[in-house]
Design a protein around this ligand. Structure first.
Ligand SMILES: [Zn+2]
Length: 432
């Protein structure tokens, strides 16, 4: 029942189309599975390094390191399967600005680049507590003209990798090869001239092909992890200069192995609590689960609750460096509850009711199908934000001191038992 501003892009038009675009990843991987017969994209055959470091199985976290079945394309499982770009340390992002004869670049290519940088690298530095040192590189500083008109590539929503994107990547590699050593990079960003294709208000074409070892080869390595950004996510509210870059950290999230959290219905499963759920509107951070998955939390900052008994934890705000960040309550080998403290700081600009966020993570649910569900401590409240492009209902989902989440069927209780002077919150997990 939240009033929507006139400028707000209609979710139902944007989200399903984004979903359709991501579904192309499925097509690619299925094709690989069939031809290679491995069932998974083979590790070690991509240009990228290994997945997130520091997530080797330990007895302390074993029950919480859930994983999905082989049919899941992009899973919330920990650790992330191989083939994606690494998400810790120095990550080199080859960034190319491309245009077409039927959509010639308007203005300077470096102005297009400046729509996303340095904001994107700063966003990652903040979210990762400095653990991801994102280095964009533009060895070609002008528009890179593709040999065919945009219309000829057949790029539209839901376009599969073959043949359009394969042709585009092949042409891009050929055009850039004399000036670019593709072996030097962990991922590729393709910033398409905004006048190619439809407005993002109508159709979001931006898409990532991740872990795609069957991609065209450049300098001996497949272009396995590539994000394409089209148009401008400009809702007309005047905030584009501040928030428009956020599509790129979202797309790069896929390159690092993160699934989409929005569904056919939009952002109703996770709201604005993760950039993989909502990347329009004001800045937001990633879930603690994603930070763990990406290797941005030490093992000592993540607690796996025991199978029985009562255990108390002290959580520090997720956006702040140091301290305990995540409690996981494992359920059945493929799913678990995650518990974290969200406050209005760091990348979390729209938190209007700080508190303990509790959500279910299901590694057996695929990208775009709702692998994460946030529990709303105040159902049907309408939420506490009026910020445009923020799913309002879940904005007040966090639990505050004195409030309790209960799953009577599984005998699980998660109580927020107190708060400290520095903003820490105590959480008591009971299992019987
Ligand atoms: Zn996405």
């Amino acid at each position: 029942m939240q009033p929507q501003s006139q400028a707000q892009p209609p979710r139902r038009r944007i989200r399903p189309r984004r979903l359709a675009a991501i579904a192309t990843v499925t097509v690619v991987t299925l094709a690989v599975s069939t031809s290679a017969g491995t069932g998974r994209l083979a590790p070690g055959t991509t240009a990228a390094g290994p997945g997130p470091a520091g997530l080797s199985r330990s007895s302390a976290h074993g029950p919480c390191m859930i994983s999905g079945g082989p049919e899941i394309q992009m899973s919330e499982g920990v650790p992330t399967s191989a083939g994606y770009a690494r998400s810790t340390g120095t990550v080199r992002a080859l960034t190319l600005m491309i245009d077409f004869s039927d959509a010639p670049g308007e203005g300077r290519a470096l102005d297009r680049y400046a729509e996303f940088f340095p904001q994107t690298e700063e966003w990652f530095r903040t979210s990762s507590y400095g653990r991801l040192d994102y280095r964009p590189d533009t060895p070609i500083r002008d528009w890179l003209r593709m040999p065919k008109p945009f219309a000829e590539y057949g790029i539209e929503r839901g376009a599969p990798f073959d043949p359009g994107y394969r042709n585009l990547v092949q042409d891009l590699v050929a055009a850039a090869d004399t000036k670019v050593d593709f072996r030097s990079y962990d991922l590729l960003n393709v910033l398409v001239t905004p006048n190619a294709g439809p407005s993002a208000l109508d159709t979001v074409l931006s898409v990532t092909f991740a872990g795609n070892a069957e991609a065209p080869v450049a300098d001996g390595v497949p272009v396995a992890n590539a994000s394409f950004v089209y148009s401008r996510q400009d809702d007309g509210s005047g905030s584009y200069g501040e928030t428009g870059y956020r599509v790129l950290p979202h797309e790069n999230g896929h390159v690092f192995g993160l699934p989409d959290l929005y569904t056919q219905e939009g952002g109703g499963a996770v709201g604005h609590w993760d950039i993989m759920s909502e990347d329009w509107g004001a800045n937001n951070d990633l879930l603690g689960w994603h930070k763990w998955k990406l290797g941005w939390l030490d093992p000592s900052q993540v607690h796996c609750s025991p199978a029985t008994g009562t255990t108390e934890y002290t959580l520090t705000p997720l956006a702040r460096e140091g301290g305990d960040k995540l409690v996981v309550v494992p359920l059945d080998g493929t799913s678990g509850y995650a518990v974290e403290l969200r406050t209005r700081e760091g990348n979390d600009e729209t938190v209007c009711r700080p508190g303990v966020l509790i959500y279910k993570v299901d590694a057996d649910v695929d990208t775009g199908m709702g692998p994460v569900t946030v529990f709303d401590s105040r159902r049907d409240s309408g939420g506490c934000t009026r910020s445009p492009n923020v799913h309002a209902e879940l904005s007040d989902a966090a639990f505050t001191p004195g409030e309790t989440f209960e799953d009577p069927r599984r005998g699980i209780t998660i109580a927020v038992s107190g708060a400290g002077l520095k903003g820490d919150h105590q959480v008591r997990v009971t299992r019987r």
